[in-house]
Design a protein around this ligand. Structure first.
Ligand code: PMP
Length: 448
């Protein structure tokens, strides 16, 4: 245990797995047992656990210049190179980048950037942010309030009232449908709810809506056909910006460069972290379009210095890690690889688990997926207390596979992007063993 306060962990938990090293998509514990890292750590180790090129790029940068801040007139080559490299990649016109250290702080930065921007153009009333039920956007004060998962809100008295956050319906047909509603009717209903909400609040007071193109920590929700098309039309109609949280989806995860590409979203703002550096060094980026940057330079309502920044904004070693990671993505065509192996993983998951008695829904795109574990396959009834997810994670771990249960009973997959088809086969073999074991255990406990 040691004297560590562990994040996102029950204070009474005593069991821990101590990981000592990694190789490719595998990690090893202190007894030497091998595991496939089926969640790429926390959705982040895209290039796996032994990429010496990224390590060398970081080491070289640490030897040359281990630190230089970027406040008030200081800069360095790696941070400028990274911004230019990203500018050529992102679907945001003439993009500018604010760098940080985590997905949470990137979202906090955008939260503040939006306030600053609307103050700078003389529209201080345009300040509310729409988020969605079941969204996950981090845990810092603003990002944690944009998150909608109960454990991240309830015991922290979040959201702070002053943050002005609105919550829209989660776009999950399987768990959110009413009666015999079709997918199209579901989409129409939740978008109508949102429009009612926007009109009740007054669109002039709403700055932006934050969305994960495909959600991660809330259960890998892939919104239905037509949802994003309708959502974007609605937000454009009411002059509300679209802010894509690409912290999980960004950089190949969904089988394309960005989740926005996969889901047909044209974002105004984006946030990145995790796969930006394949987790070899912490770094995040908050992306804005050129027109927004220009408006903050011009300041029709003069607000002065942008008083926001982290000591490690644009840390040189983090930028070196990101630059090398992006170079490898491009050189080794990692996104194409993820598209091909991802399509294979999706097909195999459906083939193996669609008829499994414990599985209500198989969902995902590219190399991100989830199995919704249910107590009744016909009704889709959930398993109380997230016990299905917990049982499956434990049984998979015993079988040599690390996965995570999210939103209770969704067993999530998000392997390193370098995974091969043969390794997918091995991962799903271990998954099958784990899910079968969990099914028997849950049955004997009377939970099914
Ligand atoms: N946004 C999304 C979509 C995430 O999945 C996460 C983390 N899982 C975050 C933000 C927060 O990132 P971090 O943990 O690096 O603060």
């Amino acid at each position: 245990m040691a004297s560590v306060i562990y994040p996102t962990t029950n204070f009474t938990a005593t069991e821990q797995l101590c990981i000592t090293h990694g190789e490719g998509i595998y990690v090893y514990d202190d007894t030497g047992k091998e595991y496939i890292e089926g969640l790429a750590g926390l959705w982040c180790t895209s290039l796996g656990y032994s990429n010496t090129e990224v390590v060398e790029a970081i080491t070289e940068q640490l030897n040359r210049l281990p630190f230089q801040h970027t406040f008030g007139g200081k800069t360095h080559a790696p941070v400028m190179q990274l911004a230019e490299k990203l500018k050529a990649m992102v679907p945001v016109e003439d993009a500018y980048f604010f760098f940080g250290n985590s997905g949470s702080d990137a979202n906090d930065s955008h939260y503040k950037m939006l306030r600053y921007y609307f103050n700078a153009i003389g529209k201080p009333q345009k300040r509310k942010i729409i988020t969605r039920e079941r969204g996950y956007h981090g845990v810092t004060v603003a990002a944690g309030s944009l998150t909608s998962l109960p454990a991240n809100l309830a015991h922290f008295d979040a959201p702070l009232e002053a943050l002005s956050i609105l919550r829209a319906d989660a776009p999950h047909y399987y768990t959110g449908r009413q009666g015999n509603e079709t997918e199209a009717q579901f989409v129409e209903r939740i978008l109508q709810n949102l429009e009612d909400q926007i009109l009740a609040e007054d669109p002039e007071t709403i700055a932006a809506m934050i969305v994960e193109p495909i959600t991660g920590a809330s259960g890998v929700i892939v919104p239905p056909e037509g949802y994003y098309e309708g959502l974007q039309a609605l937000l454009r109609k009411h002059d509300i910006l679209i802010w894509a949280d690409e912290v999980i989806c960004g950089f190949g995860r969904t089988g394309a460069d960005f989740g926005c590409t996969t889901m047909g979203i044209k974002p105004d703002l984006m946030t990145f972290a995790k796969q930006l550096s394949s987790a070899y060094f912490p770094i995040s980026a908050s992306v804005i379009p050129g027109w927004m940057y220009k408006a903050m330079v011009d300041q029709t309502n003069e607000v002065g210095v942008f008083g926001h920044g982290y000591t490690y904004s644009g840390h040189p070693a983090a930028c070196a890690a990101a630059l090398k990671t992006l170079e490898i993505y491009e050189r080794d065509k990692i996104f194409d690889h993820a598209a091909e192996v991802g399509a294979y993983m999706q097909a195999q998951l459906r083939e193996i688990f669609t008829d499994h008695p414990l599985v209500g829904e198989v969902r995902g795109k590219g190399l991100i997926a989830a199995l919704e574990l249910v107590s009744n396959k016909t009704t889709g009834a959930t398993i109380a207390g997230g016990k299905g997810g917990a049982a499956a994670v434990k049984a998979c771990q015993d079988a040599g596979l690390i996965l995570r249960a999210v939103a209770g009973n969704a067993l999530a997959f998000c392997p390193p992007l370098i995974i091969t088809k043969a390794e997918v086969d091995e991962m799903l073999k271990r998954t099958k063993a784990g899910v079968d074991t969990a099914y028997e255990a849950l049955k004997s406990e009377g939970l099914l």
